[in-house]
Design a protein around this ligand. Structure first.
Ligand code: SF4
Length: 422
């Protein structure tokens, strides 16, 4: 650790945090940030001087366990706690990440609209100006350079950097696979396909067109540009998410080439985080059912721990019809069984699934989900089932009641799915 005091600022370099993505009910940080302590706040920056997190002492912050986090797509997410009900048991996380978009099924809290968040961001604006003034007076070269970068990376510039990210990958990821909560949403996005073939009526995240794979040259160009964009902060990443909503539909050869190109190009094996790098992607029922054994052999042999999440929605035909999901219930049941089989056979692959929750759905839906997950054979801690409350379609009480019924009956781990985007 290297600490500098310059005027009323303290700047701390090389303050390595945890490298295991462990989950704790008290505040920890992961990776290697640079911290600036100023005016009762602690601002964490990435190694390129971009704001990452804000916390504060009791005079300016209501709870020392809570934090404001900025994503690489320049969204703010508030990590709060909301009592026992929203604890690890429910979310696989001790904190509820409030993005202000999708958590209304779980909480009425609006921390992003609070006065202490507004005050913290306004203090950050002042910090950028202050860093610029202090940079010229700083004697130490490393300190001088870092303060100058912080000064340049004000909120306007941070928004432009996020624009660069989306322009590199040619779009955004409107929804991230739920398993990414295991790496605190710290993933590098890479687009391998766009769209999906189902166009389900209920879906808020579908894109206009059907499934389309990116070309090899496009993927290689993305990797090169991402390497430049993330620069020296690449060391803080060991996880890749392949976009968009059905990356598995890219097919085994394109997936293999993409994963290998990204592994080398983004130096994922050289990260400060321990363990195998992570590869996250969505698959559809169709792409998953048409994936041959050779596809799983290929994914299993990659230098990644791979998580594939499949949106099954419901094993009940009437519910699928109401949702406008063009699938037969029997295909959903087969996909669920295949997920269990893949989890048993390939050690480096974990297939997880999603079902929806909503009060407007037929009663048979909940029973069909319960029967399916109660009957499954557990495979270590793999094969989690995520329950996704349909936006605006259920009260919080109902969501929690249905969640508990299913969790109690399930042979597999069950969690609620809180949508995050990138
Ligand atoms: S398959 Fe998934 S992403 Fe595509 S429209 Fe249906 S729910 Fe949305």
């Amino acid at each position: 650790m290297e600490s500098h005091h310059v005027d009323d600022l303290e700047v701390i370099f090389d303050c390595a945090g945890r490298n295991d993505w462990g989950k704790f009910s008290f505040p920890v940080w992961y990776g290697i940030p640079v911290k600036i302590k100023w005016r009762s706040y602690t601002f964490d920056f990435n190694l390129q001087g971009r704001l990452k997190r804000i916390t504060g002492s009791p005079s300016v912050w209501p709870d020392p366990t809570e934090m404001l986090k900025r994503t690489e797509s320049d969204d703010f997410v508030y990590y709060g706690t909301d009592g026992y009900e929203l604890s690890y048991d429910l979310l696989k996380n001790y904190y509820l990440p409030y993005s202000g978009k999708y958590e209304s099924a779980l909480s009425d809290a609006r921390p992003l609209e609070s006065a202490h968040v507004a005050q913290a961001l306004s203090t950050f604006d002042c910090l950028c100006e202050r860093a610029g003034r202090l940079a010229s007076a700083a004697g130490d070269r490393r300190l001088k350079k870092f303060l100058a970068t912080v000064a340049a990376m004000d909120r306007k510039m941070l928004a432009q950097e996020a624009g660069k990210l989306h322009s590199i990958i040619g779009g955004s990821l409107p929804v991230l696979p739920p398993d990414i909560i295991d790496v605190d949403y710290e993933v590098i996005p890479l687009m391998v396909t766009e769209g999906c073939d189902y166009q389900c009526r209920f879906c808020c995240f579908k894109t206009a067109d059907g499934l389309k794979a990116r070309s090899r040259s496009n993927i290689a160009r993305q990797v090169k540009a991402l390497r430049d964009l993330y620069g020296e902060d690449l060391v803080n990443y060991n996880s890749l998410v392949l976009g968009q909503n059905d990356a598995l539909g890219a097919g085994e050869e394109l997936l293999r080439e993409t994963a290998e190109t990204a592994y080398a190009g983004l130096r994922l094996g050289e990260s400060c985080h321990g363990g195998a790098p992570n590869l996250f992607l969505f698959g559809s029922v169709g792409s998953f059912m048409s994936a041959r054994e050779s596809c799983f052999d290929i994914l299993n042999a990659l230098p990644f721990s791979t998580r594939i999440n499949i949106g099954l929605e419901s094993p009940d035909q009437a519910t699928l019809d109401i949702l406008g999901k063009p699938l037969k219930a029997v295909a959903v049941t087969e996909a669920f069984r295949k997920a269990q089989a893949v989890n048993r056979r390939w050690p480096n692959i974990d297939v997880t699934v999603n079902f929806v929750l909503g009060t407007d759905l037929p009663l048979r839906h909940l029973k069909a989900v319960r029967d399916l997950i109660a009957d499954a054979a557990p495979c270590r801690d793999k094969g989690a089932v995520y329950l996704s409350p349909l936006i605006g379609a259920a009260t919080r009480r109902q969501v929690l009641e249905d969640f508990r019924k299913l969790k109690r009956a399930s042979a597999l781990p069950v969690y609620l799915y809180l949508v995050q985007s990138l």
